[in-house]
Design a protein around this ligand. Structure first.
Ligand code: 9D3
Length: 277
């Protein structure tokens, strides 16, 4: 029974965790299509996440609702004024006191899957999207819990970065992916890239689906998928492989490949030696 409603708890529909996302931006309309599609839309409909946008302009006190101004010291570009931003952040944290506040900025910590997991453990996020050349420095320290960058390239503002964070965090909330909770066994959760995927047709433009995947031998399929994962990570992202704590199975596979490479090289060197004689 639910202790508050005194109603029986439905195991299938009761939601253990909900997440609040509040986005502060001068372009709230950019988020309308984002909320309206796919997993994000479904998570909103199922009340797994609660989303809202606030126009920072609404917190500008002057008649023209100006949110930017010229930089002290001169130079090109504009700077986001501190007062409207601070007003919007204070209102947002009053509405969601448990929320962490995130400033999206090129100077922030690089976002990765570990940070997504860290943020998914919170009860809410207030995402602050900068525009122009940046925000007045005096905003940062007292009102901001996290400064996050999504990577080393230059965007025109923080809005797309905020969407990326909402997207990556939402799929980690239990129930957001719908039942199977694929978030637990996907790429990066085990430090490897995912194995190759195939669907019908069996022959596509002359290229066959690997036989083992049609065999129904679950153990062999698991083994093939692990080898596929390891090979893809080795070829495409050897940096990930270097960071990873390999288990015994994975080491066995790498040693098998090493052995095969050694045999090929030995043969090659023998042939080379003969050719020189
Ligand atoms: C020339 C100096 N620029 C710093 C690299 C100024 C500047 C450019 C673009 C300041 C802000 C922006 C807008 N970018 C973001 O707000 C942003 C961002 C990004 O550009 N890259 C990666 N992550 C992020 S998070 C927010």
């Amino acid at each position: 029974m639910d202790p508050i409603t005194n109603q029986p708890v439905n195991q299938l529909t009761s939601q253990l965790k909900t997440m609040y996302f509040k986005v502060l931006t001068i372009f709230p309309e950019m988020f309308d299509p984002f909320w309206a599609h796919g997993i994000i839309r479904r998570a909103i409909e199922h009340q797994i996440i609660f989303t809202s946008t606030t126009n920072i302009r609404d917190y500008a006190r002057d008649r023209h609702q100006v949110t930017d101004d010229r930089p002290y010291g001169g130079g090109s570009g504009m700077v986001m004024k501190p007062e409207p931003l601070a007003g919007a952040i204070r209102m947002a944290t009053r509405e969601i006191p448990a929320a962490g506040t995130v400033l999206l900025t090129p100077q922030g910590r690089p976002f990765d899957q570990n940070m997504a997991r860290e943020l998914a453990a919170l009860d809410g996020l207030v995402l602050i999207c900068g525009r122009y050349e940046g925000v007045d420095e005096r905003i940062c320290h007292d009102l901001i819990d996290y400064e996050i960058s999504i990577g080393d390239y230059v965007l025109t503002g923080g809005e797309l970065a905020a969407m990326i964070i909402v997207d990556a965090v939402t799929r980690l909330i239990p129930g957001a992916l719908g039942g199977q909770d694929a978030a637990q066994n996907d790429s990066f959760s085990n430090g490897l890239l995912e194995h190759a995927h195939y669907t019908r047709p069996r022959n596509y433009e002359g290229r066959e689906v690997p036989e083992v995947l049609l065999s129904g031998h679950h153990q062999e399929i698991e083994r093939w998928r692990l080898e596929s994962s390891l090979m893809r990570t080795l070829l495409k992202r050897s940096d990930l492989l270097r960071q990873k704590n390999l288990d015994r199975k994975e080491i066995k596979i790498l040693e098998k490949w090493q052995q095969e490479i050694n045999e090929v090289l030995e043969l090659h060197h023998k042939k080379e030696g003969k050719a020189l004689m």
